[in-house]
Design a protein around this ligand. Structure first.
Ligand code: ADP
Ligand code: MG
Length: 723
């Protein structure tokens, strides 16, 4: 066995429980949120007037009164320094999809040879990181503006414990000096505002004068893989691309279904417990942890929170997983498809909207009136998804997710909605009359009839649908495991806001008389379902039949990121983002540029890795084996023995093909110059990816026949099963 592999295996097996720090996951209630400067701490430490002003912004969405900044900065930094913090950081969420932070010390020299602690309101409210190396899609180049970070009052500051000290982290929005959003948070917050505004209009029609701030909620379920870190470092592809670019399928994969919800291996459980402890301290309400379907695959899910906080917490979950894993000599893989032929990882994003006062607006109610309102909100979502499926599709488009969507284990690259039999039936009855009594065509009258009891927790969950109603929320399952949930959330909020705007405009015209109002609602629901029903599909989304049926229904498929981006980039998309103030034309077009650039970079890294690994590791191993076989044949021949060269012939052929594909890839990655970003994307899909795939076929074939001791890369079997 190659020395690297041997060492990796030894280290994986040699892992001892005692190597890791001991953490006790008990009495969670005592330390939950202990590292957060949350609402309780603010109440304790801030002057009453200041606290009330802040509370209004946090809980009611009122604009921030900046005069409070100094007082908050003082209380916040005092608390942090009491805990031992020395530095603070504005954390922001640039368009790389990752988080960024710049640390500054609380201390300044006093020019008498001492340091004094100093943290002003100005420093709390605004920061100026050197932003020149974050993608801006031309915005900064054009306007020569620098970026600045602005305090997001609605997401609490928290302490990150490093090995040698603590840092106060302040969630911020990231803009250019011209006010253009350069991050994910700004448009997410804007989309939540738009959603609130339109939902309030609809609710007013239903007689709610003061329903409180309507917020979008999100509960993201994060899937991930854990492998021993020694294997991770022995695989250049995992290290640099996050996924294996080569690797023959192991004799045992996931066919036994013996992993899902199975007993969690000891080392993994210890890891999960420490992750939970760290997240509890940060006030992240993690709830669920279990084995997933594939070997080495797991899931972590928090309880849902408002979409902005849930997004920040989701980043913290991903960061914590990756930060804690090395302590257990593990590597956490967040890529959507680390292993070919093995289930990929997604991030189901559960979404709903509501207010503290009214509760969840997507929850079927107990009275006819409540149910009518529920159906209206539900129909608005259906309409939104049907009118803008390409926007949802593009919200989850990136290189990693291309391997997962449509791969027979994840939703297809076509957006449709699963509603469940009961709810579909209700909508159909409203729209077309009852099927059972088709002669009479009894139409279900909203607001009058009590609806058939709707399932509060749908049991017939269809796991194959990309967008499913699950009793009191929608679950968007096409989201990739590595991506921020900000993008899908802000798009969902925006298209639903547009739909609620449409609904409100219709209902505002309705007569106030309850009977007449109900009739208007009835008609509106009928119209929405008749016009948008094509998006509802309760069947198996993994089948070929659905592909053809979807195309008959006129639903678009986008199997690659470039295709998805192209489908989204329409005047309509620009209109809707502009109309609801979520992204200006300039902001949106810069984003398309950034997403395409990212795709190109990701793929080019993979392609170059393919060439170098094929050349220096895989081809090299094959030639060694070829040499041994040839030598053996020659020696046998010299002894006058019969020589069988079947394996040698096989190796010869594979190596010849491998070399050809390798040289070909080397050639095609020299992309023709002067291509636009869109053309480069097209070139990659049409010309580079097929050669990468071909090269992999030969490399994997070689792995099947090559002597194990010569194989340079940890195998799928080792990575997935040695724990
Ligand atoms: P499953 O794996 O069966 O889909 P989980 O319990 O793992 O369910 O995750 C469900 C997620 O949905 C959790 O994060 C949960 O808090 C979240 N959730 C529940 N109700 C709502 C809601 N009304 N809005 C948004 N998310 C919700
Ligand atoms: Mg789920």
């Amino acid at each position: 066995m190659s020395i690297t592999r041997q060492k990796a295996i030894e280290s994986a097996i040699g892992y001892h429980e005692s190597d890791t720090a001991t953490v006790k996951e008990s009495h969670v209630e005592e330390y939950f949120g202990c590292n957060v400067f949350g609402i309780d701490r603010m109440r304790q430490r801030l002057p009453k007037t200041v606290f009330r002003k802040l509370q209004k912004t946090i809980e009611n969405g009122e604009p921030l009164d900046e005069s409070v900044a100094d007082a908050v900065a003082q209380a916040m930094s005092q608390w942090a320094m009491e805990r031992g913090a020395t530095h603070y950081a504005h954390v922001f969420y640039p368009l790389t999809g990752l988080t960024a932070e710049k640390h500054d010390s609380f201390y300044d020299p006093d020019y008498h040879g001492h340091l004094i602690a100093n943290f002003s309101g100005k420093e709390l409210i605004q920061g100026e990181p050197d932003a020149s190396s974050f993608p801006s899609g031309g915005i900064r180049a054009t306007f020569e503006a620098r970026g600045y970070t602005a305090w997001d009052v609605t997401s609490p500051a928290y302490l990150i414990e490093g090995k040698n000290g603590l840092t106060l982290c302040i969630p911020t929005a990231f803009c250019s000096w011209t006010g253009d959003a350069l991050d994910m948070k700004v448009p997410l917050l804007r989309s939540m505002q738009a959603l609130n505004k339109q939902a309030l209009r609809v609710l007013k029609c239903f007689g709610h004068e003061n329903p409180g701030l309507i917020t979008a909620s999100a509960g993201p379920e994060q899937e991930y893989f854990l492998i021993d870190r020694s294997f991770y470092y022995a695989r250049p592809d995992l290290l640099s691309a996050g996924r294996t670019l080569f690797g023959a399928h192991p004799p045992k994969g996931q066919e036994l279904d013996d992993q899902y919800f199975g007993a969690i291996p000891e080392r993994v459980l210890a890891f999960m417990q420490e992750v939970d402890v760290e997240l509890y301290k940060l006030g992240v309400p993690v709830k669920t942890r279990h084995n997933e379907v594939a070997p080495g695959q797991y899931e972590i899910a928090p309880v849902f929170e408002n979409a902005n906080l849930a997004t920040d917490h989701q980043y913290l979950i991903m960061q914590t997983l990756q930060r804690i894993a090395p302590k257990y000599n593990l590597a956490c893989l967040l890529h959507e498809k680390p292993f070919d032929g093995i289930n990929g990882s997604g991030k189901h994003v559960n979404w709903s909207l509501g207010s503290g006062k009214l509760g969840n607006l997507l929850k079927p109610g107990d009275t006819p009136q409540e149910n009518m309102q529920f159906l209206v909100f539900c129909a608005a979502v259906i309409r939104a998804v049907n009118l803008h499926p390409q926007m949802l599709r593009a919200s989850v488009a990136h290189a990693g997710n291309d391997h997962r969507l449509g791969a027979n284990e994840a939703p297809p690259a076509i957006i449709s909605i699963f509603l469940g039999a009961e709810l579909t039936n209700v909508f159909e009855q409203i729209a077309f009359g009852s099927k059972a009594t088709s002669k009479k065509k009894d139409v279900l009258n909203v607001g009058v009839d009590t609806l058939p009891k709707l399932p509060k927790d749908a049991t017939d969950r269809n796991r194959t649908s990309p967008f499913a109603f699950t009793g009191n929320r929608f679950e968007f399952r096409a989201v990739g495991s590595s991506q921020t949930i900000a993008k899908p959330l802000l798009i969902l909020n925006t298209i639903v806001a547009e739909s609620l705007d449409y609904v409100a405009t219709e209902l505002e015209k309705a007569p106030k008389d309850p009977k007449k109002f109900n009739a208007t609602v009835q008609k509106l629901l009928q119209k929405i379902i008749r016009e948008n029903g094509r998006i509802i599909f309760n069947g198996d989304n993994y089948t070929k039949e659905w592909l053809s049926e979807a195309s008959q229904r006129g639903l678009a498929v986008a199997t690659s990121t470039p295709e998805a981006l192209k489908q989204m980039e329409t005047p309509e998309t620009y209109d809707i983002f502009g109309k609801y103030g979520v992204l200006s034309e300039r902001e949106l077009s810069s984003r398309f540029e950034i997403y395409r650039e990212k795709y190109i970079k990701d793929l080019m890294i993979e392609a170059r890795l393919c060439v170098s690994m094929a050349r220096t590791m895989i081809f090299a191993a094959g030639v060694k084996y070829q040499h041994i076989l040839a030598q053996t044949a020659a020696e046998l021949n010299a002894l006058g023995k019969n020589t069988c060269t079947t394996t040698l012939d096989e190796i010869d052929e594979i190596l010849a093909n491998l070399q050809k594909a390798m040289l070909n890839l080397e050639e095609v990655i020299k992309m023709p110059s002067n291509l636009s970003l869109e053309q480069q994307c097209g070139y990659i899909v049409a010309t580079i990816i097929p050669v990468m795939n071909e090269l992999r076929t030969y490399a994997d074939a070689l792995e099947h026949v090559c002597a194990d001791e010569l194989w340079p890369l940890p195998t799928y079997q080792e990575m997935l099963f040695i724990r």
